[in-house]
Design a protein around this ligand. Structure first.
Ligand code: SAH
Length: 256
């Protein structure tokens, strides 16, 4: 084909060649069901693949099944179900497990934090009810969990992670403080000495970020008592969602 002919093709044509597209950017899907050498997407994921991406039998995708990612070849397509035959295992980067204890704050901003921290690579988010979490948000948090799970799932898919971060049941801060694993760091805007980048290490980490009104002095003492280290993200006061995203980004930069 001459370049003139190519130039006269409608631009959409180039993007409609889904075989080429999938080979270039082979999308990663997280299986809704799997067993042995078979896996399936169902519901919205299937509809998206079938209708929007016009999946066809024989096309290949990367399919995350449990803690593995395998090559998957489509064996059947319907609007509500796409089946795959699973083949070779693909190498997956082991994420440094980061648990984020995130104080519940305004839901639109909280959702933003869930999405972005998932993209960057958080392993688990524990929504915590802090002293300065607004009472009506604290009350509604448990019911929101399903929505946060959906946001995390979509963000994991989108960023081609091989796993979806766990969104824990919202708990009182005291429980979050006591139960978090690994090297534990509380982000505190009034910490002046210790920078987060100087305390993170390539090991399992727990990071805690406060609500819009910040931690109370009593809460910071409770963190101290339970062996958490205080750390700063710099001299400016960040909004809670910005602090969460920045903290996870700094921490993953030190992962192996
Ligand atoms: N209400 C406070 C700010 C709270 S910011 C004020 O206006 O003074 C919300 C949360 O983000 C804090 O609890 C802390 O966990 C985190 N945060 C914001 N800026 C930070 C910084 N510079 N260093 C560390 N943590 C920060």
């Amino acid at each position: 084909m001459s370049s003139t002919e190519r130039g006269s093709l409608p631009a959409l044509f180039l993007f409609d060649d889904s075989d080429k597209l999938s080979a270039m950017t082979r999308r990663r899907w997280i299986a809704d069901e799997y067993e042995g050498d078979g896996a399936a997407l169902t519901g919205q994921n299937a509809a998206h693949l079938a209708r929007v991406l016009r999946a066809r039998v024989g096309q290949e995708f990367d399919i995350a099944v449990g803690d593995r990612v395998r090559r998957g070849r489509i064996t059947s397509v319907a609007e509500d179900r796409v089946d795959f035959a699973l083949g070779e295992d693909l190498a997956i980067g082991e994420a440094q497990p980061i648990t984020l204890c995130l104080a519940v704050f305004k839901f639109d901003r909280f959702e933003w934090a869930v999405e972005k921290c998932t993209e960057i690579g958080v392993a688990k988010i524990v929504p915590v009810i802090a002293r300065r979490t607004e009472p009506h948000l604290a009350k509604a948090a448990t019911k929101r969990r399903e929505r946060w799970e959906k946001i995390a799932r979509e963000a994991a898919q989108q960023s081609r992670r091989s796993s979806v971060p766990e969104i824990a049941e919202p708990v009182k801060l005291k429980i979050g403080i006591a139960s978090s694993p690994g090297l534990r760091i509380v982000l505190a805007e009034n910490e002046r000495q210790v920078m987060l980048r100087d305390v993170v290490a390539p090991e399992p980490l727990a990071l805690a970020v406060g609500p819009e009104g910040g931690w109370t002095p009593e809460e910071l003492e409770e963190f101290d008592t339970q062996g958490w280290k205080r750390a700063s993200l710099g001299e400016t006061i960040l909004r809670a969602e910005t602090a969460a995203i920045a903290a996870v980004a700094v921490a993953t930069a030190f992962g192996e």
